[in-house]
Ligand binder design. Structure first.
Ligand code: GUN
Ligand code: ZN
Length: 431
């Protein structure tokens, strides 16, 4: 990863890809591709994106880094992940509830140890940056130490990151439960310390309705109302067994979404992970309130959850981001995640275009996290978190890309078969 002195202007040359509209509504022409483009960066901010020749002539004194045929685009944004689950990624043979009990909770208990949490945070950031992900919205564990470790490491690397203390006051083992009051107090102290500091944002984080009492959900709703610039992240309608459990635990609720709605936990800034099995009322309320959804296709396949209707949700105007859901998800790579998103769209019969996949992983996720004015696009005024993709990173990809007739043919083999080997370079706005 190249570290530049950010006070020096520089011109990055290569193919460039930006979005001027939403490809779910406007089709692939919403994307602007330049075969020989340039990005002018100054003080960690994108100043101009244009043809290489134009920008070189306009700024002859500015040093150039030429990436040749590589593709420059916004760094990937993972709209939903669990950094403490890094160590248990690819754990075999369970569906959601058993997977949580067998693999996830025993690992999360270890994050009460600040040294363990710090080591895990360092490893997680090394992994995601190597895969071209420059922003993630991560759940931490119930322990404030796990949030401290995440934000401290992100801050020291100058990253734009979102995270929050996972709150659970029931249906979780000893060592992983808080209470309604302590979840409120600890989350409040953490958000007062970290939210809005450097490039960090706090997300109030009840894990999901089965592990929070109504009192705890109400406390989280109150905290969010008191701190409306924070985000709110949780899980929604991921598996049938989970939905049945929610019905038993909240017999008076109209549906799963209502368990959050009754406690002030929907609206702009709320990000619901998964959201696969939604009733019409839930879709309508999500659309009306500006609630966002994080689509987690590798996880939805790996834990056996199901096929989320991304096309339908987008067409309702719902903000959908793309997410790994590490470690329910089976890859740190947003390229692998896009590939799974494509596969799932095929299984549903609503095929996603490469422009839509790349948009979901950048602008879509940024919008879900209410960060679209800062990150997610190669455009003037955006923070310069930029990924440089090698579109011929393996022999299999190279031979397929060589037959491409346009940018979509050139980039689709990397979407479907690429991984961290396709990440030629990552530039960070602040480092
Ligand atoms: N639902 C509640 N907790 C989790 C989690 O850690 N991962 C996934 N995939 N779903 C959840
Ligand atoms: Zn999750």
């Amino acid at each position: 990863m190249e570290q530049k002195n950010r006070k020096d202007a520089h011109l990055l040359l290569g193919q460039t890809l930006s979005f001027e509209g939403d490809p779910f509504f406007e089709g692939p022409t919403a994307a602007q591709h330049r075969r020989r483009g340039a990005v002018l960066v100054y003080d960690g901010v994108i100043i101009e994106v244009d043809e290489a020749e134009t920008l070189r002539k306009a700024h002859p004194e500015v040093p150039v880094v030429d990436h040749g045929d590589h593709l420059l685009m916004a760094g990937f944004i993972d709209a939903h992940a669990h950094y403490p689950q890094t160590g248990i990624i690819a754990s075999w043979g369970k569906r959601l509830i058993d997977w949580l009990d067998t693999y996830t909770f025993p690992e999360e208990i270890r994050f009460g140890d600040p040294e363990y949490a710090a080591m895990a945070a360092e490893l997680y950031f090394n992994l995601i940056l190597a895969h071209g992900t420059t922003t993630a919205a991560s759940f931490c564990t119930v322990h404030p130490e796990s949030v401290e470790a995440f934000f401290s490491e992100a801050q020291s690397r100058g990253l734009r990151m979102v995270a929050g203390k996972t709150c659970m006051d029931r249906n979780a083992p000893d060592g992983l439960r808080d209470s309604a009051q302590s979840a409120y107090d600890d989350s409040k102290a953490l958000l007062e310390k970290w939210h809005g500091v450097d490039r960090l944002s706090y997300a109030i984080t009840p894990r999901f309705s089965p592990t929070s009492t109504p009192d705890q959900l109400a406390a989280m709703g109150a905290l969010w109302a008191e701190n409306p610039t924070c985000l709110m992240q949780t899980h929604l309608a991921e598996q049938h067994e989970e939905i049945d459990w929610v019905k038993q635990l909240f017999p008076e609720a109209r549906d799963y979404l209502d368990t959050y709605e009754q406690h002030g936990l929907i609206g702009k800034g709320a990000i619901m992970g998964h959201a696969i099995y939604l009733k019409q009322r839930e879709i309508d309320r999500i659309a009306e309130t500006g609630t966002a959804i994080a689509h987690c296709p590798t996880s939805n396949a790996f834990i056996g959850s199901g096929l989320c209707d991304v096309q339908g949700l987008n067409q309702r105007g719902i903000a959908v981001g793309l997410a790994t859901d590490i470690g329910g998800g089976s890859s740190f790579s947003m390229l692998r995640t896009m590939a799974a998103g494509y596969d799932i769209s095929q299984l549903r019969g609503g095929i996603l275009h490469p422009a839509q996949l790349l948009w979901l992983a950048t602008v879509g996720s940024a919008r879900a996290l209410c960060l679209e004015d800062k990150i997610g696009n190669l455009a003037p005024g955006m923070e310069a978190d930029i990924v440089v993709l090698d579109l011929a990173s393996t022999p299999a990809i190279a031979q397929r890309a060589a037959r491409a007739e346009d940018i979509w043919g050139a980039v689709f083999p990397t979407i479907m078969m690429g991984d961290d080997r396709a990440i030629a370079q990552v530039y960070l706005s602040r480092s």
